[in-house]
Design a protein around this ligand. Sequence first.
Ligand SMILES: NC(=O)C1=CN([C@@H]2O[C@H](COP(=O)(O)OP(=O)(O)OC[C@H]3O[C@@H](n4cnc5c(N)ncnc54)[C@H](OP(=O)(O)O)[C@@H]3O)[C@@H](O)[C@H]2O)C=CC1
Ligand SMILES: CCCCCCCCCCCCCCCC(=O)[C@@H](N)CO
Length: 339
Amino acid sequence: MLQYLGLENGVITLILSTLVLALWKMWPTKKWDPRGQFCYVTGGSSGLGLAVAIALTKRGAHVTIVARNEERLAKALAELEKTRQSSNQILRSYSFSLTDADASHAALEAASKDHGNKYPDTVFMCAGAARPGFFVEEDAKSMQKGMDNTYWIQAYTALAYTKQLVRSQTSGKLVFTCSILGYMSLIGYSTYSPGKHALRGLAESLRSELILYNSSVHIMFSGNIDSPGYVEENRTKPKITLEIESTDKPTAPDVLAKELINGVQRGDFHIAPDMLSNIIRSSTTGATPHHNVLLDVLYALIGWIGLPLWRRGVDSTVLKHRKEHKDYLATRGFFKSTD
Ligand SMILES: NC(=O)C1=CN([C@@H]2O[C@H](COP(=O)(O)OP(=O)(O)OC[C@H]3O[C@@H](n4cnc5c(N)ncnc54)[C@H](OP(=O)(O)O)[C@@H]3O)[C@@H](O)[C@H]2O)C=CC1
Ligand SMILES: CCCCCCCCCCCCCCCC(=O)[C@@H](N)CO
């Protein structure tokens, strides 16, 4: 029947090229191996960053973790020591505040000194924080802090590292940690989602540019993580936000760390650690490379149907919350204040 429509050749070519591409993706290639590599992990004293640092140590990498609080860093380093695979492994921690550009540069320089001024082979940027709240209760300072703790906290490290790589004429890997809230958003995340969306843009631009230097870029989009940071953000999270996201049970940091490292090993640009993130990833591909073309089409189809339905449900939950929200604002004295 297709030949009557003149579509035969086109359809066959499409199916064949899809199959070839899918097979190509399945073909085993040489995987990235952390053993003996110098890995730099920001936010390595807690949650996802700590889990990534432990997983890398277990795989025989030299690991340097960076965060601010010295006590938590010392505890985390002691945990890394417990999983050390050989006496040659260099395991270090440094305290720097990575929302500052100069400190982000200084942290990388300090870490590199332990390796004879060689820069990290891979940088895992896990530092970050969320402080959910209602937009009307934010101010200029809290909005800027939101960008600091989502965008700048990783962008400054990416900048310092890229300069070091290019100056020393070596290649490396940049691994960002985003969130599914870097693809979409919902009530309560007005100081968090924008910076995570910005990270996606930065990663995509860098992925393209760093081809010049034989360096790769990866970015993970996860749902809730069962971390100390998650416990902290839930303290101030609006009830309505908690209710909407209750369908997304938090995942253990070590599970996500494994997914993150596997994603880097596969060479994925957008790393989606589970079914939900794959559905959202495939529904918002833009110009990012596919993973498995056939599976991606299936995920995109599920998202194309499911996500707008989910959104309708969320909109009606928010609508039902109007009265409670007004009362909440009244008890907070919002209607009396002038800002
Ligand atoms: N928790 C979640 O549900 C989700 C989190 N994410 C993202 O994953 C990443 C890890 O999150 P999670 O494991 O929950 O985080 P945690 O809060 O458990 O840990 C955050 C780490 O970052 C460090 N850090 C925070 N601010 C700075 C700073 N200014 N300078 C240097 N280090 C800093 C912290 O140490 P210290 O405070 O001592 O500096 C700590 O080591 C973040 O980027 C987060 O946005 C993504 C999706 C969901
Ligand atoms: C078929 C389609 C079904 C769609 C269901 C979508 C459910 C999404 C729930 C929202 C989860 C929010 C995760 C926030 C993670 C994060 O980054 C914060 N914890 C900040 O740290």
